[in-house]
Design a protein around this ligand. Sequence first.
Ligand SMILES: C[S@@+](CC[C@H](N)C(=O)[O-])C[C@H]1O[C@@H](n2cnc3c(N)ncnc32)[C@H](O)[C@@H]1O
Length: 417
Amino acid sequence: MSGSPYPLGLRLAGRRVVVVGGGVVATRRMPALLDAGADVLLVAPELTPALRAHADAGRLRWERRRFAVDDLDGAWLVQVAVDDPSAAAAISTVADERRIFCVRADDRAAATAWTPAVTRQGPVTVAVLGGGDPRRAMAVRDAVRDLLAAGPGPLDPPPADAGARGVPGPARPTRRGGHVALVGAGPGDPELITVKGRRLLTEAEVVVADRLVPGLLLDELRPEVELVDAAKIPYGPARAQEEINQILVDRALAGRSVVRLKGGDPYVFGRGGEELLACAGAGVPVTVVPGVTSAIAAAAGAGVPVTHRAVAHEFTVVSGHVSPDSSASMVRWEHLAGLRGTLVILMGLKNLAAISATLVTYGRPAQTPAVVVQEGTTGAQRTIRSTLGVVAADVTAAGLRPPAIVVVGDVVGALDL
Ligand SMILES: C[S@@+](CC[C@H](N)C(=O)[O-])C[C@H]1O[C@@H](n2cnc3c(N)ncnc32)[C@H](O)[C@@H]1O
């Protein structure tokens, strides 16, 4: 077959696609077909566990047998992913007779359609055909993906995928196109931001950053991006939050794409909810991009899993910023003391003596292992191992300071060799 390939974007939603074969190739092809909303008929005597999971979940229909000619009834496309070349050729012949495009894993030259190497960035899909050489296609695809990830360029203006209430959904930017993304920056290691968070950051025109966000992420911003350092807003905490809300709303209503970059996850002691409500109240659409929270990642950074089989069946994340003996405390520490699992305390260093004493008083054994992790996942990470009874004294002696988490429970030694 000669002639250069003619690229198309197939809109497969609700349309029958037949996949023949249940092995590794079919497994790799399947997610994109399902993502496109195709009505997939999978014909194969056996399936890989991943394909089986799709079938069990009802995402596709599985015929547990070999291919039959009638399988192509009503099909728009067939993907042949079988090892046997003569079987593949036979399916391909039937597809040809019925004028159904046929992708063949075993013989690209005999196929009537090729699958490109693909990268997706928000609403943009880049598909690369390598002139019959899939490795060339993948190399070009990777280069394009890196280019797109490096800066807004062709993706500017930003995609309008901002749902009005935090869940990614249909776009409805402000009349002038502005919107806010509440993005979790992760615990400290700049590589622990999500792919979506990073993309929105590269597309932002305004970035309002918290004290705890990884500085390297900010270094990468284009010079024309307005960077607002939320830590430098010169009011008390309550006024500062109002001020931040106002900045988000004002910039978005002026038509700008704003990223509110927050340490860890925006909704874990991050006041993300207040910012979402302020934006929603002003008619500004918001996308929420969850982040990797320090509650889990700083522990992991110190080699501590927050759960471990046969050690802990629960983990509880609690803020220690209010002392247990304060009337303002909303935490029932006496109940937490009765739990056997893992307790992760954020913002707890200042009150650690009172917290640990309360937990011991109400029944958590003083010998329970504890670890304190300062600046977890960063190059400056510091860790001390201790026990609940003496952890506060150990923190003072070691001179540990915020940001730090305290993890209490038998998981602390669970991975010790
Ligand atoms: C206002 S809370 C914000 C938590 C954040 N939203 C999250 O999900 O990680 C700040 C507290 O998070 C904890 N924290 C944040 N980053 C940390 C890190 N890299 N290492 C240890 N603790 C961290 C500390 O307890 C700090 O006082």
